[in-house]
Design a protein around this ligand. Structure first.
Ligand code: PLP
Length: 398
């Protein structure tokens, strides 16, 4: 008999989508996998060199639980530059990816029954972690508003038990980038209602439109004492497997995170920490620029193939590296009542794998059974032929 807690979460649906693609290709099918939450790219030379140097130096010990001091200092400088404010090393915890940063945040902030507002569609792990930490996720649906959050929708979801709001910009899966005005509004609400802001900016380096990424604390400095910034090198340096992320927030929160992490994972991998430090000290920004232009080019290719879709609106994909296709025209024709019929995106994902040989992530992973997420962080030839198959299949789907 397992603990009751295990009923609060299932294996990540995005991981399951990846596994379904792999299972089909292990069965001998030729599958183009567009499920990836990561970018197809080589290691940054600075990361390779930093890691090799750490190995040459014989780094093998535990480090400080929340990261070596030089890395925390370098990250404090990074956050200072990005936010236009001064941050110190004791306001930074280095974590095993952004996922651990978020989990730490949930564990040190939430009491049983606390509610956390999570705009939907949402990255699948946010609500799972809130539940594990004893909280209650409350979703604010952005689907009828082009995946953009409205202040009045947040307001109507607030109760006396609301303790935090999760803001993920650019958003996974929708690609929505929050502008300064909405961030200011969210910040003001957080002040009025005494909320924590968990600000996940893992995709902040990838903005493909005229807008910019705005850290909420630079838009409204008064929210700094109630904001936890979550970021990682996983997406920004195509380094998902190395598991280096960080949390920036008030020093007493970071102390609590340190105590928690000292009983869970201890420090993040020492070689990866030194690689990240070496990168921060030596990068000239060219690797980052190259990743950005790779994604921008892939996005253009994707748009041109997806323009062949006959019944589905073009995605916006303002930031990040996903196309999020709104399928309600084919899955829930008007009036769109958000009731799942006999077919939802899960059905479609299965048929796409079996009949078109292309793997995607169902919107159900993001609380939205009427959508698909496709990654364009894949090699260009795969992207073009995968999307080509998808367009042909969806146009013919009855
Ligand atoms: N936050 C968001 C919005 C993500 O999409 C992901 C990964 O997909 C993460 C956090 C986790 O990142 P990491 O691999 O650094 O744990």
């Amino acid at each position: 008999m397992l603990a009751h807690r295990t009923s609060l979460f299932k294996s990540s649906r995005t991981a399951a989508a990846r596994a379904a693609a792999k299972a089909a290709s292990d069965d001998g099918k030729e599958i183009i996998d567009l499920t990836a939450g990561e970018i197809w790219a080589d290691l940054a030379p600075t990361i390779r060199e930093g890691a090799l140097e750490a190995i040459r130096q014989g780094e093998n010990r535990y480090t400080d639980t929340v990261g070596v001091m030089e890395l925390r200092e370098a990250l404090a400088r990074k956050v200072s530059t990005e936010t236009g404010q001064v941050w110190a090393a004791n306001e930074i915890a280095v974590t095993t990816g952004a996922k651990q940063a978020l989990f730490n945040a949930a564990m040190v902030l939430l009491n049983p029954g606390d509610k956390v507002i999570i705009p939907a569609p949402y990255w699948t792990t946010f609500p799972a972690q809130v539940r594990i930490a004893g909280g209650i996720p409350v979703h604010v649906d952005t689907r009828s508003n082009g995946y953009a959050l409205r202040i009045e929708d947040i307001e109507s979801a607030l109760t006396a038990k609301t303790r935090a709001i999760v803001i993920n910009t650019p958003n996974n899966p929708t690609g929505t980038v929050y502008d300064a005005e909405i961030l200011r509004g969210i910040g003001q609400l957080a002040i009025q209602h005494d909320l924590w802001i968990i600000f996940d900016e893992c995709y902040g380096d990838f903005i493909h439109t005229d807008g910019a990424h705005h850290p909420i604390v630079s838009v409204l400095p008064e929210v700094r004492s109630r904001t936890l910034i979550v970021n990682a090198f996983s997406k920004s340096l195509a380094l998902t497997g190395w598991r280096i992320g960080y949390l920036a927030g008030p020093d007493y929160v970071i102390s609590a995170v340190k105590a928690l992490q000292s009983h869970t994972t201890s420090n993040p991998n020492v070689i990866a920490q030194h690689a990240a430090l070496f990168h921060l000290q030596n990068t000239d920004g060219s690797y980052e620029r190259q990743l950005r232009s790779q994604l921008f080019a892939a996005r253009q290719v994707g748009f041109s193939v997806l323009s062949g879709l006959s019944r589905i609106p073009a995605p916006t994909a303002m930031g990040g590296f996903y196309f999020y296709l709104d399928l309600k025209n084919i899955l829930a024709p008007e009036p769109w009542n958000l009731v799942v019929g006999d077919r939802d995106a899960d059905t479609l994902v299965r048929e796409l794998i079996a009949q078109a040989g292309v793997a995607t992530v169902s919107g159900t992973a993001f609380g939205d059974p009427f959508a698909l997420r496709l990654s364009y962080g894949v090699p260009p030839d795969k992207l073009e032929s995968g999307l080509g198959r998808l367009v042909k299949f969806l146009n013919a789907w009855e």
